[in-house]
Design a binder for this molecule. Sequence first.
Ligand code: ADP
Ligand code: MG
Length: 222
Amino acid sequence: MLLELKNVFKWVNSGGNRVFLLKDINLQIAQGSFVSVMGPSGSGKSTLLNILGMLDTFDEGEYFFNEQPVHQLKEKFRSRLFKENIGFVFQAYHLIDELTVYENIETPLLYKKVSSSERKALVSDMLDRFNIVGKKDLFPSQLSGGQQQLVGVARALIGKPKLLLADEPTGNLNSKQGEEIMEVFKRLNQEGVTIIQVTHSEKNAEYGSQIIELLDGRIISR
Ligand code: ADP
Ligand code: MG
């Protein structure tokens, strides 16, 4: 298994009561899977994805990533595990406005020990692969939503992650742009990248091989 959640709960305290965001989540994801997480707004999809992506913590239960107990790791080790294994794509792209396309894609490598010549080669590969070489010196605001999301995906992939997490990656795109992103995901998955995406679209979900449905913080079908 690439990752495993065991009896995971997350809650917030509100007026002396526990409000559960996730309840008793049990999940096993094998290397090479392509999973879609679905469910109504507020059902806990983003919370689940953020926990899997080590961007958020939880209150009870266990999380194993590559056999490592994420719930027991100190911040420093958790952050290393994230950098070495996980890429994250956001609905609203989360690109840095002040940086060019080239610089945005390069960013994750600046936190790793990658030489400047190697960085150049890796970023060039990404620009090629997503057909955005001509856009490399532009800023995010000069791109269409679809192009910005391609940059977001390129940035997520630059560190060659085992796991790609995407929270409604096509939520702000038109259907043609959305399809382009799904085709990119499909190809990546064929190349061995494990993908977990949150989506509202049945059509997008069908690109994956498994659907996990959440309701009120619980998995109700899989
Ligand atoms: P989804 O992505 O499925 O729309 P979320 O995971 O964002 O759902 O949120 C699940 C529920 O938890 C929602 O009702 C949301 O308002 C609530 N929630 C999320 N984060 C917090 C937080 N930090 N404090 C309190 N409530 C939260
Ligand atoms: Mg959400």
